[in-house]
Design a binder for this molecule. Structure first.
Ligand code: GAR
Length: 208
């Protein structure tokens, strides 16, 4: 309907932004009923910011402050303010490489999601595809989950699997996992935007 408010996404990323691009393309194609209200990065020259400008989306570098793996207090406040000002309904972490906790999660309770390049709860943390390869698993994949106070530990919204092949390197496996990410993440955001995702404790179901 004309003038109807769209579901607004705030996207946070630190890297090249291929998941953001997959979501933005899915919006353009009419597969996700949402709009990107703001893209924020903690890395000044991150590819995701350049990609966002190409799509014509508001894009902002916000300095993370003095820590390496999380936002400091002042930065956390700046992130909260920017996302609240942009009136986002959902915060989509797309390769955002800092842990979000406390005040940030309280400000957007139940509205922060992440994509992780493994079948959680296996291989949380960094370079999950490499952890999977080194461990010798035969099936790898990706997980979209709500963000809670832990690391990659929130309720699971969806997972896609990919095979691990005998000649895989960390790079080829990561590329295969990323292809799966680019299917799963837009589909999960679409379901959330349509209000089709039901959360009962750790159980998350897509109603259709
Ligand atoms: C993705 O593979 C995502 O799963 C991973 O970073 C990559 C970002 O790629 N995230 C994590 O490892 C979070 N723990 P992108 O910038 O091309 O979307």
């Amino acid at each position: 309907m004309a003038g109807e408010r769209k579901f607004r996404l705030g996207v946070l990323g630190s890297g090249k932004g291929s998941n953001y691009v997959a979501i933005a393309n899915a919006i353009t194609a009419g597969r996700v009923a949402a709009e990107v209200a703001l893209v924020v990065s903690d890395v000044a020259d991150a590819g995701i910011l350049a990609q966002a400008r190409q799509f014509g989306h508001a894009a902002q570098f916000l300095p993370p402050g003095k820590f390496r793996t999380k936002l400091d207090e002042e930065a956390e406040r700046a992130y909260i303010t920017a996302l609240q000002t942009a009136q986002v309904d959902l915060i989509v972490l797309a390769g955002f490489m800092r842990i979000l906790k406390g005040d940030f999660l309280r400000a957007f309770e139940g509205r922060v999601i992440n994509i992780h390049p493994s079948l959680l709860p296996s291989f949380p943390g960094l370079e999950a595809w490499k952890q999977a390869l080194d461990y010798g698993v035969k099936v790898a994949g990706c997980t979209v989950h709500f963000v809670d106070q832990g690391v990659d530990s929130g309720p699971i919204i969806g997972q896609h699997t990919v095979p691990v092949l005998p000649d895989d390197t960390a790079a080829t496996l990561h590329a295969r996992i990323q292809q799966a990410e680019h299917e799963l993440y837009p589909a999960a955001v679409a379901a959330l935007a349509r209000g089709e995702v039901e959360v009962r404790g750790r159980q998350v179901w897509w109603r259709k």
